[in-house]
Design a protein around this ligand. Structure first.
Ligand code: MN
Length: 407
């Protein structure tokens, strides 16, 4: 059906069509849709009259973020996606094919959105239990955990796109055997395997978003790495929570996969006990079956090894519940806000979403090929997260989010 050939194992199939911001070395950031090894250049497509109102859409897609486009609302963004799909699903290549397509491998990806606010949840029961056990072996989950999606407000300014190097942060650390801090580079640099959703619609201050309206406010999803300095975090987090151990940087994948593309992969979430309060009660399939993996390329070997495989379906609290809870007090959300899931750990070793869990706080380093081991990340290491869903021959991928640790 499609005139353009795409690799059989591509993340960016005709069923996906994620949105991103790219340039091709010409210093002209613009919006695009990924398809196979190509990008549909949206300003060029607008110019060719693909969407109607050529001047309006050329301006919307000629910006260096997707915020204005996303803010047009789902009826518009879904229509644009369908138009791109129809353009690709012709038996013969259209005359303007060369004009509208760019080589994806020759493109540089930029931050897809300007992020007004960023919130991080803590919604994997396995992760919360694993981490809780290290501090409270008999009572890992605190009493509030099963009643509400625990979260904190993070820092939006330091969210960067995949490929950006991450400088090892310095801060206050208590060296082993001491009781007072020193100022030093973190010795416990970690990643967190997360998925984030992008807010697609402003809400009114003072107006909660009801849980059954949550999907109207979620534009799409991307991979999220919440880099964490565990030693800084451990000393500073009492009593107000994460601060400098987290806000030095977070990385996102460049392509936002629209919620519509993920419909075939919706699944029921875990049974919630006790039953949540009424504003958090939901019906139907509210979780997603998306396979996730974490890979490390140690700086001193250059060989990539997958160190964890997890899945978004392990999340206890759904995105709809997170958003309903976030706004139940009247807090408003803004287009481009990012809400990250929290570390997504599965139930068994090999499915954990952080080194903190895999190495029991650094006590049992993981072993990698070539006699290399890691308790935490070292300078020169490359850490990559990937996500992909597949069902009945339909395949949707998120690409990857990668980051390189520098001094
Ligand atoms: Mn996190």
């Amino acid at each position: 059906m499609m005139w353009l050939s795409v690799p059989a194992d591509t993340d960016f199939s005709i069923h996906n069509l994620p949105f991103g911001i790219f340039h091709t070395g010409d210093g002209r950031p613009r919006a695009g849709v990924a398809i196979g090894d190509h990008i549909v250049d949206l300003p060029a497509a607008a110019d060719a009259g693909l969407f109607g109102k050529p001047r309006f859409f050329k301006k919307v897609f000629g910006q260096n973020t997707l915020n204005e486009f996303i803010g047009l609302g789902k009826p518009v963004t879904n229509r644009i996606r369908r138009k791109v799909q129809e353009w690709l699903l012709q038996p013969e290549a259209p005359a303007n094919a060369a004009q509208l397509l760019c080589d994806r491998r020759g493109a540089t990806m930029l931050m897809p959105v300007s992020v007004p606010n960023y919130t991080d949840f803590y919604s994997s029961i396995e992760h919360a239990t694993n981490v809780g056990k290290m501090f409270r072996p008999d009572n890992p989950l605190l009493p509030n955990w099963r009643w509400l999606p625990v979260g904190y407000h993070g820092r939006a300014s330091s969210i960067v796109v995949s490929g950006t190097s991450m400088r090892r942060p310095w801060g206050q650390i208590i060296p082993q055997g001491r009781e007072t801090p020193v100022y030093a580079p973190t010795q416990q640099l970690d990643f967190e395997l997360e998925m984030a959703f992008v807010i697609g619609k402003n809400s009114e201050l003072g107006q909660p978003i009801p849980i059954d309206k949550a999907d109207e406010y979620i534009f799409g999803l991307l991979l999220f790495n919440d880099w964490s300095a565990r030693d800084i975090q451990r000393w500073e987090y009492v009593p107000l929570g994460p601060f400098l151990g987290k806000n030095f940087g977070s990385s996102v994948s460049p392509w936002i996969v629209p919620l519509e593309a993920l419909k075939p992969f919706r699944v029921k979430g875990p049974k919630q006990t006790p039953a949540p309060l009424e504003y958090l009660q939901q019906k139907g399939r509210q979780q997603y079956d998306i396979d996730l993996e974490v890979a490390i390329t140690p700086g001193n070997s250059g060989q990539e090894t997958v160190i964890s495989r997890s899945n978004t379906r392990y999340l206890y609290w759904s995105m709809a519940q997170q958003l309903a809870h976030h706004t139940v007090n009247g807090c408003n959300v803004q287009v481009g806000d990012l809400m990250a899931s929290g570390t997504i750990s599965g139930p068994i070793p090999g499915s954990y979403g952080s080194l903190l869990e895999m190495t029991l706080g650094g006590k049992e380093p993981i072993l990698l090929p070539g006699g290399i081991s890691r308790a935490f990340l070292e300078d020169g290491d490359i850490l990559t997260l990937r996500g992909r869903a597949e069902k009945d021959g339909v395949r949707i991928g998120f690409g990857e989010v990668t980051g390189w640790i520098s001094k």
